[in-house]
Design a protein around this ligand. Structure first.
Ligand code: PLP
Length: 347
């Protein structure tokens, strides 16, 4: 079979990924850092990420779904993988066979686990985000009796901001910690690591900042970017003043304009929020996105770089903080949207 070369590339910096994990581990103080690798490691590629972080010394990997655990279970001992979204009765036998560790969220899941023979598991305690997890009353009512809890965890709702909810969640979690016989305790995500030692417990669970996300101001000093996007110029043309560009003619050239069309679009996760706001770069020269982002194509104003030619590659602005400010998308959305048509190139 012929291998075609994809006309869009996701350049992934494995050294930066490992450096970010080590830095987050160091900022976790006495706690170890694990790694959230759900959603295909936030769109980067779970197998590539897990392999690198395993080799760097990471021992705890968090996914959301059992299928995601299965997809990496040959890379690490399955017990190192934790499945955040709980365990449905219908998945119980397959889950036990796989050997990844469930994060049990409800009294019913705990009862099913116990009835199936029990064994090591994690438990999510809801300290105020009100999505998944046990309430204090469930623990008081004995939901954890007879269960071998490796890790009691909770999740912060607002760790990226300085609000009273953080200390309220810390207090509520600390009470659950005193009421629970678990081997380990875990509260902080990327942003939570920056809230200080009280939030670290035994294990932290960074996700976004492993991949270059700046979860709180100041982290840009030691978190390195991991992803870079580039796309190939498919066509270059000179348009007269008055020419209309793209769907619904949202851009009309105010002067003669050299226009370039690159191979990326909203089907690749480059959403319409970038329309007439995004930017590409070639040799330090800015090429603004003009007109509406299409499914497979984006149009650029090439006036700043008249020498670029069809077939050349341009870098697409995807610095997470910059792109989030341009579009209103979150850094999480920017990463997890990245589609399957990129050549994912690791170095
Ligand atoms: C996704 C997730 C994380 C990682 O959060 P980041 O904000 O990406 O660091 C940690 N814990 C839980 C329970 C999660 O769902």
């Amino acid at each position: 079979m012929t291998d075609f070369e994809p006309p869009l590339r996701l350049h992934l910096d494995g050294e930066a990924l490992v450096s970010n994990w080590r830095a987050l581990d160091a900022h976790s103080g006495a706690a170890r850092a694990g790694a959230a690798v759900k959603a295909n490691a936030y769109g980067l590629g779970a197998r590539e990420v897990v392999t690198r972080l395993r080799d760097a010394g990471c021992r705890d990997f968090f996914v959301a779904h059992w299928g995601e655990a299965q997809a990496i279970a040959d890379l690490v001992p399955p017990s190192w993988i934790s499945v955040l979204n709980g365990l449905a009765q219908s998945d119980l036998a397959a889950a036990r066979a796989l050997g990844a560790t469930p994060v049990l969220n409800t009294p019913e899941q705990l009862a099913n686990w116990r009835n199936a023979g029990g064994g090591r598991c994690h438990v999510m305690f809801d300290s105020g985000i009100n999505r998944l997890g046990l309430a204090p009353q469930h623990i008081a009512d004995g939901a954890l009796d007879g269960v071998d809890v490796d890790m009691l965890m909770s999740h912060l709702a607002s760790a990226d901001t300085d609000v009273a909810q953080n200390s309220a969640q810390l207090n509520m979690f600390s009470q659950a910690v005193s009421a629970t016989n678990a081997q380990r305790f875990s509260l902080a995500n990327s942003a939570g690591i920056m809230l200080g030692a009280d939030y670290h417990f035994d294990l932290t669970r960074p996700g976004i900042s492993l991949y270059g996300g700046i979860a709180r101001a100041g982290m840009e000093e030691w978190i390195r970017p991991v992803v870079r996007l580039s796309a190939r110029l498919l066509q270059v043309r000179d348009l007269p003043a008055g020419a209309m560009v793209g769907y619904n003619a949202t851009y009309v050239c105010s002067k003669e304009t050299r226009l370039g069309t690159i191979s990326i679009g909203y089907a690749d996760g480059y959403l319409r929020a970038f329309s007439s706001k995004g930017m590409a770069w070639v040799d330090g020269r800015a090429l603004p996105v003009i007109g509406r982002v299409s499914m497979d194509l984006v149009t650029l104003d090439l006036d700043a770089a008249p020498d670029v030619r069809e077939g050349d590659w341009v870098d697409v602005e995807y610095d997470l903080v910059t792109a989030a400010a341009l579009t209103g998308l979150s850094q999480y959305e920017l990463l997890t949207n990245l589609g399957s048509r990129f050549a994912r190139i690791w170095r």
